[in-house]
Design a protein around this ligand. Structure first.
Ligand SMILES: Nc1ncnc2c1ncn2[C@@H]1O[C@H](COP(=O)(O)OP(=O)(O)OP(=O)(O)O)[C@@H](O)[C@H]1O
Ligand SMILES: [Mg+2]
Length: 246
């Protein structure tokens, strides 16, 4: 039984269908990646699941519970943490306050404190900047804060929308490694990413969206090795593809 089971999700905005009958699954413990060109509907897929975009049809189950009509505020309650593509930290709040916000629906003060300590151990970059306003963080530190904040709700699964966007290769590697540590500790992930190489190489399983439809799926590293996929849907390394044929 998959932990997250998306069945024929059709979603969009107003009367416009953007994501068309997409099936996807995430097994417990997996890191599942969704890749695809700009505007292919990746963010809309996740927003549809969270009640942030309009769902026209389809069913979604989380741990066998029907979450098809989830409201945005219910996600944390069912065990899903969301790291949006933009505005994912409170820039005018301190690092520590951002983390506290991540635990907003919890009452267990002691456990929150011990989770905070654990987060600071796991994220030394944040521990050094506890009292800094989030707007003063580097791009990579901000993504780490957004991820750490979402972990403060103790999610069983994270939805991540392009956590590596606009990061240097070094910062991307740092953030990716931190995500892999979180995965290894038992949190499953559905991650949208445009940094196709690093995402597919680390994905247990991956889906390729194109114009709102799932056009390909498979094990991450296998998809990455598929040069026709890279050329057809991701517009990547055309030269490399040509070279490889020689
Ligand atoms: N709030 C909205 N209202 C109407 N249309 C929207 C809205 N948000 C996105 N769209 C449209 O939906 C389509 C898919 O957008 P979406 O953000 O899901 O793509 P994406 O794959 O996440 O792209 P990117 O890689 O650039 O983040 C686009 O044509 C976009 O213009
Ligand atoms: Mg997007």
């Amino acid at each position: 039984m998959p932990l997250l089971d998306i069945q024929k999700l059709t979603a969009g905005y107003n009367d416009v269908v953007i994501v068309d009958q997409v099936d996807a699954r995430v097994n417990a413990g997996d890191l599942v990646v969704v890749v695809g060109p700009n505007g292919s509907g990746k963010s809309t897929l996740v927003k549809g699941l969270l009640g942030l975009a309009r769902q026209f049809s389809g069913k979604t189950y989380f741990d066998q519970q029907d979450i098809t009509r989830l409201e945005p505020w219910q996600a944390v309650k069912v065990g899903i943490g969301y790291v949006p593509q933009t505005n994912n930290v409170f820039t005018n709040l301190m690092v520590s306050e951002n983390l506290e916000m991540g635990a907003f629906c919890r009452m267990d003060k002691k456990a929150i404190k011990s989770d905070m300590d654990e987060i600071y151990e796991q994220f030394p970059e944040l521990a050094r900047r506890k009292k800094a306003r989030a707007e003063t963080l580097s791009g990579g530190e901000r993504q780490l804060l957004a991820i750490a904040r979402s972990m403060m709700s103790r999610p069983r699964m994270l939805f991540l929308d392009e956590p590596l966007a606009f990061l240097s290769p070094k910062a991307s590697a740092l953030v990716m490694n931190r995500l892999l540590e979180i995965q290894a500790a038992g949190t499953s992930m559905l991650m949208i990413e445009q940094n196709t190489k690093i995402a597919l190489q680390n994905a247990t399983y991956a889906y390729v969206l194109n114009e709102g439809r799932c056009v390909m799926e498979g094990k991450g590293p296998e998809l990455w090795e598929d040069k026709s996929l890279r050329q057809r849907f991701l517009g990547l390394d055309k030269e490399e593809v040509v070279t490889d044929r020689n």
